[in-house]
Design a protein around this ligand. Structure first.
Ligand code: SF4
Length: 481
C-alpha cells in the first residue's frame, strides 16, 4: 500500500498493521500529510483545548541505573535533593492558585519517602481540588491501591521500549515483566494510565517502535508520552547518537491516529531538540503540555538529559509563556481537569451495545445447543422470566469469569465452549433458583471428581459437560416426588 494510503487508513480506521507502521516510520516523504492527519484527528476527537499539568519534580534521587538517564544512582556528579512533604504541598498549592487543575508528582525510582509520607502528600494535594498524577515508578499493587484510595487519579509509567532485551540492557537490574505487571495493576485499579517510549535508544529499530505503538493500543492506555533520547555526558551513553525530533514527532502522530481520543503531551524533551518543539507537537496530534511548577534550582538539578528548557524560569513565567504560545497557534487552555471523558462515555456505550448483542447471540446459541444435547428444558422461556432478568449481576460476574477462563481455551474451540459455559450457568440458575446458592454449589467439592470443586471443572469443555450432566441429575431428582 502506498504511504499516503496508509495515512488515510490510519485516519479513518485508527488501525494499522505492524508492517504499515514500519512503512510510515521509515520514510519521511509524507511527513507533512502524516502530521496534518494527526492534527485533524486530534481536533475531531479531543478538540482544541490544551490541558496543562503542573509538574513537580520532588526528588532527583533514584536507586536505579538506567544507562541513558542523568538521575541514575551511579551519577556521582549530580547534586541530589529531596523536597520535604510540606514543600511539595506548598508547590502544589501555588500551582492550584495559578489555575492548574492537575498536579503531576514526579521522582526517580526508590523508597525515598515512606508510604505514610506519600499518603499524606496525596491527601493534602487532593484537598486543593486538583487531579493528581503520580510518576514515581514501580511499586507493589498494594502500594498503588493505597495511593489510589488516597486520591491519586492518574499514573505515568513509561515502558520506554517494549523490546525486552533492549529494555533490560538499558535498565540493568530492572525486569521487563515487572514493568508490564505494574501497568496492568494500575489499569485494573482504575487509574488513568499513562505510558510511553523513548525514541532513538541505541539498537532500537523501526519495528521495535511499531511494537511500542501497538503495545500502547493493546494496553488501552489513556495517555502516551513520546520523547527523544538525548544523550547525557554524565551517563554511559554520553557518546551515543540519540533520537531525533522528527522521528519522535512521527511516533507521536501515529499514536494519535491509532488512539484518537487519548491524551498526548507535547513533551518537554521535544523542545530541547527544537525551540518550537512543543507547539509543533500540539500541531501534530498532542493536546497536553506539562509546565514545570517546581521552584528554584531544583529545576536544573532534575537533570534527566542536557538542554532541559525553562531551568531558570519561575512557575508563573512558564505558565504565562506557555499560555501565550498556545493562544498564538489558535488553541486555548482548558479550565477542566482533563480526564479522558469522551473515551469513557463512548466505551461505556460501546460496552452496553456489545453486551446486548452478545446476550441476544448467546440466547440463540443456547437454545440451539439445548436442543442438540437434549436437556429438554425450555431455556428460551427461562431467559424471559423475571428471575433470570434479576440475575444481571450474576451474568456480569460470569461474563468476567468466562473471559478469564476463555484465555486458556484453544481458539478453534472457543465458540462451542462459550455456549456450553453459558448453558451451564443458566441451567445452574434454573436448578438452584438463587445465583448465590448456585455459586455456593460451584465452590463445593465434587466427590466423584477427585475432591475438586465444581469450579475447577468449568475450565474445559469436557469438565463443563460433567457440570451440565450433574445439574441435569439434580434437576431430575428435585422433580421426583
Ligand atoms: S530512568 Fe527513571 S528509573 Fe531509570 S535512572 Fe532515570 S529516574 Fe531512575
Amino acid at each position: 500500500m502506498a504511504v499516503i494510503d496508509i495515512i488515510k487508513k490510519a485516519e479513518t480506521k485508527h488501525d494499522l498493521t505492524r508492517q504499515e507502521i514500519v512503512e510510515l516510520l521509515k520514510t519521511d516523504e509524507h511527513d507533512a500529510e502524516l502530521f496534518a492527519a494527526a492534527d485533524r484527528v486530534r481536533k475531531q476527537f479531543v478538540g482544541d483545548e490544551v490541558h496543562l499539568r503542573g509538574l513537580i519534580e520532588f526528588t532527583n534521587c533514584c536507586s536505579q541505573n538506567c544507562l541513558y538517564c542523568g538521575l541514575r544512582q551511579d551519577n556521582v556528579k549530580l547534586e541530589r535533593y529531596r523536597l520535604e512533604p510540606e514543600t511539595i504541598i506548598e508547590f502544589a498549592s501555588k500551582a492550584a492558585s495559578d489555575g492548574y487543575k492537575t498536579v503531576v508528582l514526579q521522582a526517580g525510582e526508590g523508597e525515598f519517602y515512606s508510604r505514610e509520607e506519600m499518603l499524606q502528600i496525596i491527601k493534602s494535594i487532593k484537598a486543593l481540588d486538583v487531579a493528581i498524577t503520580l510518576s514515581i515508578g514501580e511499586k507493589t499493587r498494594e502500594e498503588y491501591q493505597a495511593y489510589r484510595d488516597a486520591g491519586a487519579d492518574r499514573y505515568l509509567l513509561r515502558i520506554e521500549t517494549t523490546d525486552k532485551k533492549l529494555y533490560e540492557k538499558m535498565s540493568p537490574g530492572m525486569i521487563f515483566e515487572n514493568r508490564v505487571r505494574c501497568l496492568h495493576d494500575l489499569k485494573e485499579l482504575g487509574y488513568e494510565l499513562g505510558t510511553g517510549c523513548l525514541v532513538g535508544l541505541p539498537g532500537q529499530t523501526m519495528e521495535s517502535l511499531a511494537d511500542d505503538i501497538l503495545f500502547f493500543k493493546e494496553l488501552g492506555a489513556d495517555m502516551i508520552g513520546v520523547g527523544p533520547f538525548i544523550p547525557n555526558s554524565d551517563t554511559p551513553l554520553g557518546d551515543a547518537t540519540g533520537g531525533t525530533f522528527e522521528l519522535s514527532l512521527k511516533v507521536m502522530a501515529i499514536t494519535r491516529l491509532l488512539m484518537p481520543d487519548i491524551n498526548i503531551p507535547a513533551t518537554t524533551a521535544m523542545e530541547a531538540l527544537n525551540e518550537n518543539g512543543r507547539m509543533l507537537g500540539l500541531q501534530s496530534g498532542a493536546n497536553v503540555i506539562m509546565p514545570n511548577v517546581t521552584e528554584g534550582d531544583y529545576r536544573r538539578l532534575y537533570a534527566l538529559y542536557p538542554g532541559k528548557i525553562c531551568v531558570g524560569d519561575t512557575p508563573a513565567h512558564c505558565r504565562s509563556c506557555v499560555t501565550a504560545k498556545i493562544e498564538d497557534i489558535g488553541r486555548s487552555v482548558s479550565q477542566g481537569y482533563g480526564y479522558r471523558k469522551k473515551a469513557a462515555v463512548r466505551s461505556m456505550a460501546k460496552t452496553v451495545i456489545n453486551r446486548k448483542l452478545e446476550i441476544m447471540q448467546d440466547i440463540a446459541d443456547v437454545v440451539a445447543m439445548n436442543k442438540e444435547i437434549g436437556l429438554g428444558q425450555d431455556i428460551a422461556a427461562l431467559v424471559e422470566t423475571e428471575k433470570y432478568k434479576q440475575c444481571e449481576d450474576f451474568a456480569t460476574k460470569m461474563n468476567m469469569e468466562l473471559t478469564v477462563i476463555e484465555q486458556k481455551v484453544p481458539d478453534e474451540a472457543k465458540r462451542a465452549y462459550r455456549i456450553r459455559f453459558k448453558l451451564a450457568m443458566m441451567k445452574g440458575i434454573e436448578v438452584f433458583g438463587e445465583p448465590s446458592l448456585f455459586l455456593q454449589w460451584i465452590d463445593k467439592q465434587a466427590d466423584a471428581f477427585g475432591g475438586e470443586a465444581w469450579r475447577c471443572l468449568i475450565t474445559s469443555a469436557e469438565g463443563l459437560q460433567k457440570v451440565i450432566d450433574e445439574l441435569g441429575r439434580i434437576s431430575e431428582s428435585n422433580s421426583q416426588p
